[in-house]
Design a protein around this ligand. Sequence first.
Ligand SMILES: [Mg+2]
Length: 207
Amino acid sequence: MLPIGRNRAVVIKRFWKDIYNRDEKQSLMRYLIDRDGVLADFERSVLETYRERHPEKPFVPPEQRSGFFYMEQQYPEDCRPLLREIYNAQHFFRDLPLITGATDALGELEQQGNEVFICTSPLLSNPYCISEKLEWIERQFSHDWVDRTIFIKDKTIILADFLIDDRPEVTGVQQPTWEHILYTQPYNRDVSGKRRLTWQDWRTVLR
Ligand SMILES: [Mg+2]
């Protein structure tokens, strides 16, 4: 049984300080980092596999991609199932290429003392998506990052200072506490009104 009154308040304060270590971290930030299109190169992998399998079919080169969700919307009707077949397959999420600079950037953000989480939305049409994303994170980063991975469809309900995400608009049931910083990709280049970065220029942008 906890003591009451002032003593109890002191115990509670110590408890929260121990749990969150907030006194030491007050000036630091919490970052949510999206995975696909930010850490893992989803579209490059889909495009490369598609061109290998269907060299006779039309394709959209990265510099001509526009609009997010989904890339197949820029393709003729008969090509769309071929694209879906690629990203709904087993091993697709496990084998995605790493975006250059991602591991160094996350490591550096952490070393600065920030709280960094990978925050990713599961693609429910692929039954292997969640387990393979975790496998990929463990292999490309480390097991520690698996513990700091959040799977969620609605990122607005997570409390943080920044969300780094390639999706032009990230909306949900509430007004987010975070600033959405766009991870620059060809398909979001026309979006204005937001800060944007890549793992090449992030130090300057977040300074
Ligand atoms: Mg993404």
